[in-house]
Ligand binder design. Structure first.
Ligand SMILES: C[S@@+](CC[C@H](N)C(=O)[O-])C[C@H]1O[C@@H](n2cnc3c(N)ncnc32)[C@H](O)[C@@H]1O
Length: 187
């Protein structure tokens, strides 16, 4: 199947440099500003796709609480290791880290309320396959919160619209909320 096509990883030595960069940039960003735009609720299930070292995973895990769950999904072993260590350090037992090597997350069908795709879109080689996978795991009334990554906003919107699976429901200058189209056809 296409979604099982192997993804290319960055060597650990290079990703270690990325981690330092994420930590440095993290000093200047406040995840709470982004979280305000996401319809988070206690008890829901969230997937942080391209979680990196968990800049958003951990505050979201705190927000959704023990009745909720956050899946941190990444292709880099060091990202997953870092998220696991941070979650353990903060006693966040509702974080499950998933190291993927293809677009198949193995998360059950229609089980997720919110998928986050932050600063990651520009790294995705096959957006159609990724959005098919996100469509599979999202509940019918689920939603994606995503930003444009390093792309132009017009290109990010074009990518979403070209999947024909999703519709943009709210848009800001760098990010948007995106819902599965089935929500519209079966209100
Ligand atoms: C720039 S970081 C962003 C991390 C986090 N979302 C944030 O905003 O702090 C992008 C992450 O996406 C991951 N990534 C790249 N391609 C991916 C893919 N196809 N599937 C899952 N993760 C991917 C990278 O390993 C990296 O950790």
């Amino acid at each position: 199947m296409v979604k099982e096509k192997k993804l290319r990883r960055t060597p650990d030595a290079v990703y270690k440099i990325d981690i330092w960069l994420f930590k440095f940039l993290g000093l200047f960003s406040n995840p709470q500003q982004i979280l305000k735009k996401i319809p988070l609720k206690e008890g829901i299930t969230v997937v942080d796709y391209g979680s990196g070292i968990g800049h958003y995973t951990l505050p979201i895990a705190e927000f959704v609480g023990l009745k909720g769950k956050v899946f941190a999904v990444d292709i880099q072993p060091l990202a997953i290791k870092t998220v696991k260590e941070k979650a353990a350090k903060h006693g966040l037992t509702n974080v499950e880290s998933i190291l993927i090597d293809s677009y198949d997350t193995e998360i059950p069908d229609s089980s997720v309320d919110i998928v986050l795709l932050i600063d990651t879109l520009h790294l995705i080689e096959d957006c159609d396959v990724l959005f098919q996978e996100i469509h599979r795991i999202l509940k019918q009334d689920g939603i994606i919160f995503m930003d444009k990554g390093h792309l132009k906003m017009s290109r990010a919107k074009e990518i979403v619209e070209s999947t024909e699976l999703f519709t943009i429901v709210q848009c800001w200058s760098r990010d948007m909320l995106v819902a599965p189209k089935t929500l519209r056809s079966n209100p």
